[in-house]
Design a protein around this ligand. Structure first.
Ligand code: PEP
Length: 240
């Protein structure tokens, strides 16, 4: 039995006042010694240090949304995995489809970032997923295969988390059918170890979380929009 991970991706949302939402999640779990799943919130870089300070000694972990492949150096504006650890992060999302699209990140770059994360002591959450056109063309599994092959670090470790996020389901309110999720997660399981967590992401919300999280080989969720408000995020955690 793999312990589920419910991870929130705040994307480019959240000012200092937004920490109150993280406080609410932490407070809700203050008297719950074991929530039955791991809880992670990935706010923007600017909030990581403060959020991690507040969540120390709680069941809520703090992660980041990206890191640079190099340890340090002349990379203006970038943040290294080591800096994230220093700020209190335990995980980092790499290869999110928005970064693959907005920053032209290749599978090679995603793999280098994941390797840098592991070297620094972080768990990389490696995102893969097909577009609507690719699914319609019957290429969903081939696309995910290629992304996994190119983006997974050469060394296998249980620190690695894979997130299957069909691009067409992200932020659209559309979710993949239970049958499609089950099929893709079973397929991904063939590429990774029996103990690697495979998260589903794509418009997960309190209303659909229980059904999605009950699917075999779904070991948690990567949640965007519904992680921004504590009430919604707690609803998903409770489903897990
Ligand atoms: C995401 O950004 O990883 C995501 C799954 O977003 P949403 O839940 O809003 O679809």
């Amino acid at each position: 039995m793999i312990r589920p991970l419910v991870a929130g991706n705040w994307k480019m949302n959240g000012l200092a006042a937004g920490i109150a939402e993280i406080d609410r999640v932490r407070e809700a779990h203050r008297r719950v010694p074991d929530p039955g799943c791991d809880i992670l919130i990935c706010p923007p870089f600017t909030l990581i240090h403060e959020a991690a300070k507040r969540c120390a000694d709680s069941t809520v972990g703090i992660g980041a949304q990206d890191c640079h492949p190099q340890r340090a150096g002349a990379h203006t504006g970038d943040i290294s995995a080591e800096m994230l650890v220093d700020a209190g992060a335990t995980h980092v999302i790499v290869g999110h489809s928005e970064r693959r699209a907005d920053h032209s990140e290749s599978d090679d770059v995603v793999r280098e970032k994941a390797e840098a994360a592991i070297a620094a002591g972080l768990s990389p959450i490696i995102c893969v997923g097909e577009s609507a056109e690719q699914r319609q063309a019957g290429q969903a599994q081939a696309v995910v295969d290629a992304q996994l092959l190119g983006s997974m670090p050469r060394t296998n470790t249980d620190a690695i988390v894979v997130a299957y996020e069909p691009v067409w389901a992200i932020g659209t309110g559309l979710t993949a059918s239970a049958a499609d999720i089950a099929q893709m997660h079973r397929h991904i399981r063939g590429h990774v170890s029996r103990t690697t967590r495979i998260l589903y992401g794509g418009s997960v919300k309190p209303a659909n979380a229980a059904e999605i999280l009950a699917i075999e080989d779904v070991n948690g969720a990567l949640v965007g929009g519904a992680s921004l408000k504590a009430d919604n995020f707690l609803g998903i955690i409770n489903a897990a």
